[in-house]
Design a protein around this ligand. Structure first.
Ligand code: B12
Length: 485
């Protein structure tokens, strides 16, 4: 490689027609942007092509030619995008064998040998510690175990100019209405059986310093952004740190969304002492919409999945109380739930009734999916129906049932999950959401833009998902007729 190499990172697209796609066009994975920013700052030529934003790479001739002009192509894969990533890699390699193809991301971390069949290099874990050696040609092949970042303050303030079509992320809204993704911590202290985070980033949470978080927020605000989306898996695992970040963010007058646990506002495991101070700090710092992985309202399931809920009384009662408290403090709630092989229509009905009674703003029910590297994967490996890998990874996306659902059969189960969303959104969407957006203190023109966007997303999401469900059922009937019914 003569001179400094040119690197292009790719975030491949997953299957169409899934409810998560509504967010995917707004929220890129931060790995490729972080690595490209680091390289650019150190003088390399680096870019990120995200298929969710810019469309399929092979259908974008000018971008594809630029990718083929790279010395190194880095492809970031999670399980649901792995197959697409491999196909892109094979195509790029066949057209330009001299390009060095590197895989990274959570799927490459747990399936390195599979990824190595389509690449020169596979990086397991966090890419920051090795990416420059790859760029310089000091590392040219093999499976590399990257060391986790010791201090997250080394993560640069993101330079979004590395991305193709960055503005498309705003979805037609002004930049100040776009929730710019940031991530200030890595790891999660909980050990839920289905989750890759603890296995990928560790059970000890590493955080950026308060100073660094605020410095980045200030830089983004100066670029015209006034809303942030904290990707942190759990924004409130360290009360002192969160409180200090919130105190320092408040004067910036920004708004933000974050992922938290439903019960984060209790100071004690017995749920006697409410953390009113933290709740007030969250509000005054601009916290708006909370993404909460309730996962289940059923005690047995929570125990099976090691969800770690504490306290007395039924789980449903406790979670209802938690939700009421959060609503009383003015937060909007996006409730995320999961249905698995042990659940039937009644579990879906219970979740919908719970979410409606709790007046959740939005609801998402995923299909329990075993991802490589998790305890759940090891537990279910022998029972997987869709195991024609890598192509069947397309279905490992929290939307498709990839195992035999002995209680309902796959067809009935898929229809149950879809019907639950239809039931929830039928009435609630227009009322709760509309009223809350109308009460926001932003100009009427912006409110109309936000509402139009929500309606468009909701309508197309449900339509595409219905189609996808039918096509998946047809597919399962063809390959596994006995399990479909
Ligand atoms: C934001 C987010 C989303 C957003 C946007 C995601 C997107 N654009 O695809 C939304 C809400 C839409 C979403 C959807 C889904 N998500 Co999600 N999501 C996340 C979250 C919270 C943060 C992602 C992130 O930016 N991380 C921070 C960056 C720094 O990490 P990173 O991108 O992995 O990059 C690092 C390394 O992987 C590596 N690396 C990455 N790429 C490359 C490339 C090269 C060349 C190299 C060398 C290194 C390298 O270096 C990077 C820096 O250290 C993660 C959890 C997490 N903590 O990461 C889950 C996570 C990625 N999601 C997950 C899942 C399962 C899903 C869904 C299937 C939904 C679901 N819950 O069932 C869908 C599928 C989306 C899809 N693409 O098909 C799983 C993935 C597990 C797996 N094995 O695939 C995760 C890990 C969460 C979990 N609980 O397990 N998600």
């Amino acid at each position: 490689m003569k001179g400094k190499a040119k690197l292009t990172f790719i975030e491949p697209q997953g299957r169409r027609g899934r409810p998560f796609n509504a967010w995917i066009t707004r929220w890129p994975m931060l790995g490729p942007i972080t690595l490209a920013t680091m390289l650019k700052r150190r003088g390399w030529e680096a870019a990120v092509y995200n298929e969710n934003i810019s469309g399929p790479l092979l259908e974008n001739p000018s971008a594809y030619q630029e990718v083929l002009a790279s010395d190194i192509v880095g492809i970031s894969i999670m399980t649901s995008t792995a197959n697409r990533g491999y196909r892109l890699a094979d195509r790029i390699k066949s057209e330009r064998p001299s390009i060095r193809v590197v895989f990274g991301g959570v799927h490459a971390t747990f399936m390195p040998h599979e990824a190595a069949e389509h690449a020169d290099i596979v990086v397991r874990g966090e890419g920051e510690s090795v990416i420059e050696q790859i760029a310089s040609g000091a590392l040219t092949s093999g499976i590399i175990d990257a060391q986790p970042l010791a201090t997250l303050d080394e993560i640069p303030t993101l330079d979004h100019s590395v991305m193709y079509d960055f503005e498309k992320l705003f979805g037609g809204l002004a930049p100040h209405l776009y929730e710019l993704p940031v991530m200030t911590s890595r790891g999660c202290p909980h050990g839920c059986t289905y989750c890759s985070v603890t296995r990928m980033f560790g059970r000890t949470v590493r955080r950026q310093s308060v100073e660094k978080v605020v410095q980045d927020a200030r830089a983004y605000r100066e670029r015209g952004f006034s809303r942030l989306m904290f990707y942190d898996d759990n924004f409130t695992t360290d009360r002192e740190w969160s409180s200090e970040v919130l105190r320092r963010l408040a004067p910036l007058g920004m708004r933000f969304n974050a992922q938290v646990r439903a019960d984060f506002h209790w100071r004690d495991p017995a749920r006697k002492v409410l953390d009113s101070e933290l709740l007030a700090l969250m509000r005054s710092a601009g916290a708006n919409l909370l993404f909460i992985g309730y996962e289940t309202i059923d005690d047995d399931t929570a125990r099976d999945w090691h969800k770690g809920y504490r306290g007395e009384g039924t789980l449903a009662e406790r979670l209802m109380e938690d939700t009421r408290i959060l609503h009383d403090h003015g937060f909007w709630i996006h409730g995320m739930f999961v249905l698995g092989p042990q659940h039937t229509q009644s579990a879906a009905r219970n979740i919908v009734s719970f979410a409606r009674e709790a007046r959740m703003e939005t609801l998402q029910i995923s299909v329990l999916t075993p991802f490589p590297g998790t305890p759940l994967f090891r537990e279910m490996e022998q029972h997987l129906l869709l195991r024609n890998f890598p192509s069947d990874w397309d279905f490992y996306d929290g939307t498709h049932c990839v195992y035999n659902h002995s209680q309902l059969g796959i067809e009935e189960f898929q229809r149950t999950v879809l019907a639950a969303h239809r039931q929830f959104y039928r009435n609630i969407f227009s009322l709760n959401r509309l009223m809350r957006v109308m009460r926001e203190s932003i100009p009427a023109r912006d409110k109309v833009a936000i509402l139009r966007r929500h309606f468009r997303i909701a309508r197309t999401t449900m339509r595409e998902w219905r189609r996808e469900t039918e096509s998946f059922i047809r597919f399962v009937k063809e390959v596994e007729p006995a399990s479909a019914l």
